[in-house]
Design a protein around this ligand. Structure first.
Ligand code: ZN
Ligand code: ZN
Length: 867
């Protein structure tokens, strides 16, 4: 398909297409015009010394959005500031916050004879999702204060690694504390009596990178912020002002209101961006089909054999894709392109493109989906360039979480200055970090959201120089759909930040933590959500003996800290340590949730290109002992899974306390449902497959415990007569449903802020709870995360996109780009692509929805086909 617009005049497009030789890979190109800067005057209230500081750093006049946001914050309004990468959001919050701090300190100096600590000075809390970003902010803040020549603002970082001496100093003296939500949750709020000075004076709470607070993590952070506000009011009598800075998202005021527990009317939204941007050409790129060996090792993450790992008692969740550390994939080989017409992997393609761009002197960032991917792209590029010029090869590097801060600082500086021409990076470079104005950005694999894509794209282009951005598709239904449906990339609205603070699995431990800090009163309940629902959760907590009800309120009467009940990031309990048996050396760790599938006895574990075999997985001690061994095979585990609907009032399977009531809706004979489910899974065996031809060598049984997850699912069920009428016979039904389920999971991230690793699925030709052929898609988090709910709301759109993606795929019988899943627990079998399209067409014939809900059906039980 030729480029649709006349934008093919970008000078670097010639490099990308190798002067036309690769033109067929360019599926679409679109150009976005430059935006010119809009300046405003410094506000009258702004501290003149700070203004001088900014001017000394080169900010002669601020941009309009900075002043609009700063003015609102100064007036005491909660602010949702959503603007592009490099738009100077920090000025918008530091200007009012530091002005307030310095005004308080001036009063201290004027008040002769008064003891400093008796004066209420303004304090500021700055929160970022990672420790590294808080450290970066402190560096920038220090530079500003130095430039302003002020020595009277005491700012420090404080996190879980901060020694107690320094914590005490922060508690007793700091005006500005830069930290993260985890530290608030586990340390600062429970020890609030030590932090009364900070809490009493708390004037501003800055929540930076607010879009990172999504899913279950977002729900926890929302409740942590409410605990913080409650304590600040408890000590200081007034509510602090919140400034939430984020990437450009859909409806930022609504997201911020949900985060803070206020109405959107109480949040001032600032989203008109006054910063300048260069013209930018964005292309959609699909790697070519390959004819050589069908398999290649690649660096992308996988959770093979574990559609959604689940665990016994520990709350667990998949890694947060926005946590740079979570993208580590050091254990599993992904096999890409196991299809009839496999395509080249996105990482290999991006390595070629990056090498070519670097050879032409273009400063380029390449975003990859994993740490291993970043290392691998950088290494491949160096290999490409070394024969041409070792000097050039030395100007390409990798960047990721896990590097020392000094090393990261050096790399950032080197790409800024042009010493480095190419940097292959994880999304560690998506948040914070002041790097912009590059020549090109390559994105290997859909980053999960349009919001992320624009964050990454924002690093390319500057005033007077066009930026080039290429999204390079992986072989995945979603990526394939997107490169062939440009409107879904360019014309669809940005995603909202999805999280649900009412999730009872999140609310319950947070209420316990709040009650331990200061007993909960009836008038506090509205702060934590709908008072009736909060009350229901409290009743359950009282019944379970976790809280004690007294006339004056709800009390935590246990010795242990209540905060220990909640792990904000849902990392699922202690990770399993991978230890070399012979030496006792720690090689790495594997998430608790994926340990069964990845480091079971006999599993092959790959670490930095070196292979080990797991000798023994000790679940009690959270350790997998491995032995160094060169092997010709990889291992793929298999699990079995069951899912059951939790109907209200079922004494055998009580629904999670306070969980959303099940919902139903009908499209003629087709039933849609949303509600609580229980998913039970067990890793039962694994296969050894020879690499690279994937021939199965043998299968071995495993004896591992089953894991149960209570969560929320969206499902649809369809009677057999509808399937028969659609030309799907009984033999085809399991493959049709399974294929439809895979594709649906691959497409839901189009509609909700999640990726397929946030979801699990089960399909069955006859489910005991519905009595019909049923496909379930569930949130892979205890209690749910709001994704299934989104799928239920947008059922028709979701299904139509799914149907179109499968039908449009040119493969004959299914491939990774349509119905095969990289994380299938059933070895992608059975799958019937053609029958899946017939099923989806039959369902869609009965859309649109809107029919009244039907009564729940009775339930019984049998096994299902796992995803
Ligand atoms: Zn296909
Ligand atoms: Zn599957």
């Amino acid at each position: 398909m030729p480029p649709e617009t006349s934008s093919a005049d970008h000078p670097l497009l010639d490099v990308l297409t190798a002067r036309g030789a690769r033109s067929d890979r360019l599926k679409h190109a679109r150009t976005f015009p430059a935006r010119s800067a809009q300046h405003a005057d410094w506000p009258d209230w702004a501290d003149p010394q700070l203004v001088e500081g900014y001017q000394a750093l080169g900010v002669e006049r601020p941009w309009t959005h900075q002043v609009t946001a700063a003015d609102a914050a100064w007036r005491g309004e909660n602010v949702a500031l959503a603007s592009s990468t490099g738009s100077g959001k920090s000025l918008a919050f530091w200007l009012p916050a530091l002005t307030a701090v310095r005004a308080g300190r001036a009063a201290t100096q004027d008040g002769q004879g008064r003891i400093e600590s008796t004066v209420r000075r303004s304090t500021v809390l700055y929160l970022s999702p990672t420790k590294a970003l808080a450290a970066d902010q402190l560096t920038a803040l220090t530079r500003l204060l130095d430039a302003a020549g002020t020595r009277d603002v005491r700012a420090t970082t404080c996190d879980g690694d901060t020694p107690s001496e320094e914590r005490r100093w922060a508690a007793e003296h700091a005006d500005v504390v830069l930290t993260n939500p985890d530290f608030l949750h586990f340390a600062l709020l429970p020890a609030h009596r030590r932090w009364t000075r900070l809490l009493r004076g708390l004037r501003y709470v800055v929540v930076d990178e607010g879009h990172a607070y999504r899913g279950v993590f977002g729900a926890h952070v929302a409740l942590v912020l409410r605990r913080l506000a409650r304590l600040a009011e408890h000590y200081g009598g007034t509510a602090p002002t919140f400034v939430v800075a984020s990437a450009t998202t859909a409806d930022p005021a609504a997201s911020v209101a949900r985060l803070l527990g206020t109405s959107a009317d109480d949040v001032t939204e600032v989203s008109a961006d006054g910063s300048p941007a260069g013209r930018r050409t964005v292309v959609l790129w699909q790697p070519p089909e390959i004819t050589g060996p069908a398999f290649e090792r690649s660096g992308s993450t996988t959770a093979d054999g574990h559609p959604a790992g689940v665990s016994d008692d520990d709350p667990w969740a998949l890694p947060d894709p926005l946590d740079p550390a979570a993208n580590e994939a050091d254990a599993v080989l992904t096999v890409e392109g196991a299809a009839e017409h496999p395509r080249r992997s996105a990482t290999a393609e991006v390595a070629d493109l990056l090498a070519d761009l670097a050879s032409h002197g273009a400063r380029t960032l390449a975003f990859t989906r994993s740490r291993r991917g970043a290392e691998s792209v950088a290494e491949q590029v160096r290999d490409h360039l070394r024969p041409v010029s070792t000097g050039l090869a030395g100007r390409v590097a990798a960047y990721r979480g896990g590097y020392l801060p000094e090393e990261r600082r050096e790399l950032e500086q080197a790409i800024r200055s042009g010493d480095l021409l190419g940097l292959a990076t994880t999304n560690a470079l998506e948040l914070g970090v002041d790097i912009s104005g590059l020549d090109a950005v390559l994105v290997a694999g859909w980053p999960g959201t349009r919001m992320s894509l624009w964050q990454q794209a924002g690093r390319a282009g500057r005033a007077g120089a066009d930026g080039l951005v290429a999204f390079v598709a992986r072989e995945d239904p979603l990526d394939t759909y997107l490169v062939t449906h440009p409107e879904a990339v360019f014309d669809a609205p940005l995603e909202a930040t999805v999280f649900d603070p009412g999730n009872p699995y999140v609310l319950a431990p947070q209420l316990c933590a709040a009650a331990q800090e200061v007993p909960l009163r009836t008038e506090d309940l509205a702060r934590f959500g709908d008072p009736a629902r909060v009350r229901e959760v409290l009743d359950v907590l009282v019944a379970r003996g976790l809280l004690r009800r007294r006339p004056s309120g709800w009390y935590w009467t246990h010795a242990q800290p209540a905060a220990g009940m909640a792990d904000l990031r849902g990392s699922g309990g202690r990770p399993v340590r991978v230890v070399e048996a012979a030496t006792g050396r720690l090689l790495g760790t594997v998430d608790a949730a994926s340990a069964d599938g990845q480091v079971h006895d006999g599993a092959v574990y790959v670490h930095q290109g070196v292979t080990y075999v797991v000798d023994h997985l000790d679940l009690a001690d959270h350790v997998a002992l491995v032995v160094r061994r060169d092997v010709d095979h990889g291992t793929w585990s298999r699990d079995v899974m069951e899912i059951s609907l939790e109907e209200p009032g079922d004494p055998d399977h009580p629904a999670p306390e306070g969980s959303r009531p099940a919902q139903r809706r009908e499209w003629g004979p087709v039933t849609w449902g949303l509600g609580p489910v229980e998913v039970t899974s067990q890793v039962v065996s694994f296969q050894r497959r020879r690499i690279p031809d994937m021939q199965v060598l043998d299968t071995e049984a495993l004896d591992l415990p089953s894991r149960t997850l209570g969560t929320t699912a969206v499902w649809w069920s369809v009677p057999d007569h509808v399937l028969r009428a659609a030309g799907v016979d009984a033999d085809e039904t399991p493959g049709a449903l399974h294929a439809a389920e895979h594709a649906a999971i691959g497409l839901l991230p189009l509609l909700a802020t999640c990726d397929r690793w946030d979801l699990g699925g089960v399909s069955t030709a006859q489910h005991p709870d519905t009595g019909e052929a049923t496909v379930f898609v569930y949130d892979a988090y205890p209690g749910g995360a709001g994704f299934a709910e989104r799928g239920y709301e947008l059922g028709e759109r979701w299904l139509r996109a799914t149907r179109d993606a499968v039908a449009a795929c040119p493969c004959a019988a299914g491939c990774p780009a349509c119905v095969q899943s990289p994380k299938c627990g059933n070895d992608n079998s059975p799958l019937d692509k053609a029958a899946a399209v017939r099923v989806l067409d039959a369902l869609l014939r009965h859309a649109p929805d809107g029919s009244p809900p039907s009564a729940p059906r009775p339930r019984p039980s049998t096994p299902a086909t796992a995803s």
